[in-house]
Write a protein that binds this ligand. Structure first.
Ligand SMILES: *Cc1c(COP(=O)(O)O)cnc(C)c1O
Length: 232
């Protein structure tokens, strides 16, 4: 399958999943997770109709950006962002998905306020409460949103999560359901500097299920680019 055929197939699956969930496909953004794919493959995906790309590694993103990989598209940062690398991402990525601590929020605020910009972010939730993963616990979200009210230069646009790896796709449902509930509950309160409009959930193996639970930003890598080679 070519990238273009894959993009068409993923879009078709999104439309189908949306219809089954009585949702409009137009409210669901397809983000291509383009890690380990070079600039020419990214351009191929862009030509096939992808308008949002997400990268995980700062250095890789900077290198491909310098080659014009994302020209005309939107760029998101979806990886774990270390505070000492935030400077290179703030202002370059339109949306930073994995904001996982108050300290990182403060760093982003300081950097963007100094540049007179507002950086949009998603708060990452460690929905499986896994020690190996970063993210806020569900109960920490209200206080994180309250801290954000006091910070210039940063705006929370929603939530993201990477649930535990599940052998059976159906096992992921309770995690997605919990995320949907958190999205609704935390979005229902009014916080300054926050507009809860993005729920970033779902990857190649489970984006159709995520759409059932209200995801409106699915992150698909393998389903678009094919398997990644980790031999580099
Ligand atoms: C790589 C990655 C994806 C895409 O994963 P696939 O299973 O290849 O679709 C989605 N989200 C994040 C945060 C990723 O790092």
């Amino acid at each position: 399958m070519t990238i273009s055929e894959n993009v068409a197939a993923v879009k078709e699956n999104i439309a189908l999943a949306a219809a089954l969930a009585h949702r409009s496909p137009s409210e669901i953004t397809l983000l291509a997770a383009s890690k380990m794919n070079d600039a020419s493959r990214i351009r191929e995906a862009f030509d096939a109709g992808i308008s949002v790309f997400g990268e995980n590694r700062v250095q890789e993103m900077l290198e491909k950006n310098a080659l014009g990989a994302y020209a005309g598209a939107r760029l998101h940062f979806i990886g774990h962002l270390q505070k000492n690398k935030a400077k290179q991402v703030v202002g370059l990525a339109e949306l930073i998905h994995g904001v996982d601590s108050v300290a990182l929020m403060q760093t982003i605020s300081r950097l963007s306020a100094a540049r007179g910009i507002t950086q949009e972010v998603l708060l990452e939730v460690n929905i499986g409460q896994e020690p190996s993963k970063s993210g806020f616990s569900p109960s920490e979200l209200p206080s994180a949103l309250a801290v954000c009210e006091t910070l210039p230069g940063i705006r929370v646009r929603g939530l993201m999560a990477i649930p535990p790896v599940c052998r059976n796709p159906d096992e992921i449902r309770p995690y997605f359901a919990r995320m949907q509930q958190l999205f609704v509950d935390n979005g229902g309160k009014k916080y300054d500097n926050s507009v809860m409009d993005f729920l970033s959930l779902g990857m190649s193996g489970d984006y159709a299920i995520a759409i059932e639970y209200g995801s409106n930003l699915v992150r698909v890598g393998t389903g678009i680019f094919g398997p990644r080679s980790y031999a580099v």
